[in-house]
Design a protein around this ligand. Structure first.
Ligand SMILES: [Zn+2]
Length: 127
């Protein structure tokens, strides 16, 4: 039951993201046409990488020529290095979003927080 709910939520979230990205280019063009009202949109994606969803997002970003920032979870990075490399080589930014994503553990102390970030940073260096 839990997996079914997660699948449905994942599907809905993917749809929302893809819909947003498909409209982004038109919005950006409209902003350029009226230079006095130029605004910048920063796209960020948290809690990845995932093979399916992150690759779908990357496909749309590439098609629309839009860059984004991906805040990745360290313990997912190890098994999905190819997705991380794709993010990097396609010109997107990568941010730290902890190693475990276990909030109680991360925010238990300052040292835990720093350790989580250091552990994840080391993963990127070793890719
Ligand atoms: Zn998160």
């Amino acid at each position: 039951m839990k997996n079914k709910v997660l699948s449905i939520l994942s599907f809905l979230l993917t749809g929302i993201i893809l819909y947003t990205l498909s409209n982004l280019q038109a919005t950006y063009r409209a902003a350029i046409d009226d230079s006095s009202k130029v605004k910048t949109v920063y796209l960020t994606f948290d809690d990845g990488p995932s093979y399916k969803i992150t690759n779908q997002i990357l496909d749309v970003l590439k098609q629309k020529e839009v860059k984004a920032t991906f805040f990745l979870i360290g313990n997912k990075v190890e098994e999905r290095k190819e997705v991380v490399k794709r993010i990097y080589y396609e010109g997107h930014s990568i941010g730290l979003h902890s190693y475990t994503h276990k909030m109680k553990q991360i925010y238990k102390s300052e040292d835990n927080f720093i350790e989580e970030m250091k552990k994840q940073k080391m993963q990127y260096i070793m890719l």
